[in-house]
Design a protein around this ligand. Structure first.
Ligand SMILES: Nc1ncnc2c1ncn2[C@@H]1O[C@H](COP(=O)(O)OP(=O)(O)OP(=O)(O)O)[C@@H](O)[C@H]1O
Length: 219
């Protein structure tokens, strides 16, 4: 597919597949179009040419997305639990049902947020906030999770912890995951495959273990 914001193609003739349960790391220098690809997958940007096909319509409608950054007002009085609940999108009733409460608690437990569930989100640490964003994205049991440089602001240990959690949830829920990152050691530890995007609009894919050093230098 080809994507653009005007006459200039940002992504040109990209062709890639994502298998069920696959963990794909998307790597590449700043400005090569990684976020543009994510926006296309999320349906926020229509490809200029080509198509994005999902094996099932329901996958596209329910993609879990953890964005690059969040402009949250630290003072806004919302608890971690209520923040996670914001993604209860099927709710037709004005109150939270017992089923929905159970769903929220289950995801809070899965993402190790039980202890801080009633604490204001603004008081959570960087790692805890990322886990809360992840929990929110996972709430509707998506079949595809996209993390857009979600670990960029975290220290090495926290990065590992978050990705370990993602990998665990991914396996438990048989979910596919796309992880955009500049952190190659992290990608090597957790991803199955890579997609390397370059400024020359050349795209290579393969098992993450086969990513060679000369390629890695360009990310
Ligand atoms: N809404 C927009 N309108 C016009 N151009 C845009 C828009 N969004 C992004 N671009 C341009 O598209 C190109 C690709 O941007 P994109 O954010 O997809 O790159 P990226 O690979 O995700 O970069 P980074 O690693 O810095 O996040 C950049 O040149 C950017 O300036």
């Amino acid at each position: 597919m080809t994507a653009s914001y005007g006459p200039t193609n940002i992504i040109k003739d990209l062709n890639f597949n994502l298998a069920e349960g696959e963990f794909l790391a998307i790597i590449g220098e700043n400005g090569v179009g990684k976020t543009t690809l994510v926006r296309s997958l999320l349906g926020m940007l229509t490809p200029k040419a080509g198509t994005i096909k999902f094996t099932d319509h329901s996958i596209a409608k329910n993609i879990g997305y953890v964005p690059q950054s969040r402009n949250l007002d630290e003072e806004y009085p919302i608890t971690v639990k209520d923040f996670v609940s914001l993604n209860l999108r099927d709710s037709k009733l004005p109150w939270v049902t017992a089923n929905e409460k159970a769903k929220v608690w289950s995801i809070i437990e899965q993402t190790n947020l039980t202890k801080i569930a009633d604490r204001p989100l603004g008081q959570a640490s960087g790692g805890e906030k990322q886990r809360a964003y992840l929990a929110q994205a996972l709430l509707n049991s998506p079949k595809l999770l996209i993390l857009d440089e979600s670990t960029a602001s975290l220290d090495v240990e926290m990065k590992q912890e978050l990705l370990k959690l993602v990998a665990k949830v991914q396996q438990e829920n048989k979910m596919s995951a796309i992880f955009i990152t500049h952190d190659l050691p992290l990608a090597r530890n957790y991803a199955d495959n890579y997609l390397l995007m370059t400024k020359q609009q050349e795209y290579t894919m393969g098992p993450i273990a086969s990513l060679n050093v000369s390629e890695s230098e360009k990310v």
